[in-house]
Design a binder for this molecule. Structure first.
Ligand code: DC
Length: 220
């Protein structure tokens, strides 16, 4: 099974790149952030206190999270439209900083990886969850570029200044976790997309994936 691991900060375009790889090569798209978001949604739905760590952990244990294409189900119900609100941005960040929750999510991600070629994206895919990934990509872009891209895509009424503050806060939390903090794996290919179009990034990644596939199947 081939595993492509993509890490990088919030708003850098990991999800778009992972979706493109999944579609182009027929891989499963494993969006690890969506798992933390789904747990945050469950806490919100059940009216629990996000500050109550034992309750957050037992919610993570009981949540049944399933992927279907680019959609995600929580306890049998599609929750796509609930995943990307300002509240869930912030609560998923809190949820993901709890070490036992990370262990639960990581186990689920590894279980899924046993049966299929996949592209996994998040913060610690190459460093913690899939240290033996066939291809590791660290995607980065300057903060002002990520803020501008988020602003252009945003459907919320957050101002550009608010978006910048929220991305800065998420960068700070992502880099300061006890476990699973955002780091560049030693053997990762670093792509700085600040001055690259999405098509250029895809072109570069296509070359990398093709080279790995060729090594696996040299006769083709
Ligand atoms: O990638 P995202 O914005 O959907 O992730 C949601 C939150 O989960 C974000 O605060 C970072 C965190 N996260 C993490 O800690 N580890 C991962 N592998 C993926 C996401």
């Amino acid at each position: 099974m081939m595993v492509v691991a993509i890490d990088g900060p919030a708003g850098v375009g990991k999800s778009s790149l992972a979706r493109w790889i999944a579609k182009s090569f027929g891989f499963l798209n494993l969006n690890s952030g969506a798992f933390y978001r789904a747990i945050a949604v469950k806490i919100h739905k059940t009216g629990l206190d996000i500050g109550n760590t034992p309750e957050v952990i037992s919610t993570a244990e009981s949540a049944i999270i399933e992927l279907s294409g680019d959609s995600i189900n929580l306890d049998g119900e599609n929750i796509d439209r609930l995943l990307r609100t300002g509240l869930i941005d912030s609560w998923s960040s809190i949820v993901s900083s709890i070490v036992p929750v990370r262990r639960i999510v990581n186990q689920q991600l590894r279980d899924i990886s046993k049966s299929t070629n996949l592209v996994a994206e998040g913060r610690d895919m190459a460093t913690v969850v899939f240290p033996n990934a066939d291809l590791k990509i660290y995607l980065e872009a300057a903060l002002h570029v990520r803020v501008r891209r988020r602003f252009n895509q945003s459907t919320s009424n957050q101002s550009i200044e608010e978006l910048e503050l929220s991305l800065q806060e998420r960068d700070r939390r992502d880099k300061n976790k006890i476990e699973g903090s955002l780091k560049i794996a030693e053997d990762a290919v670093v792509i700085d997309s600040s001055d690259l179009t999405f098509e250029k990034v895809c072109e570069r990644v296509r070359g990398l994936v093709d080279a790995h596939l060729l090594c696996q199947n040299p006769q083709e």
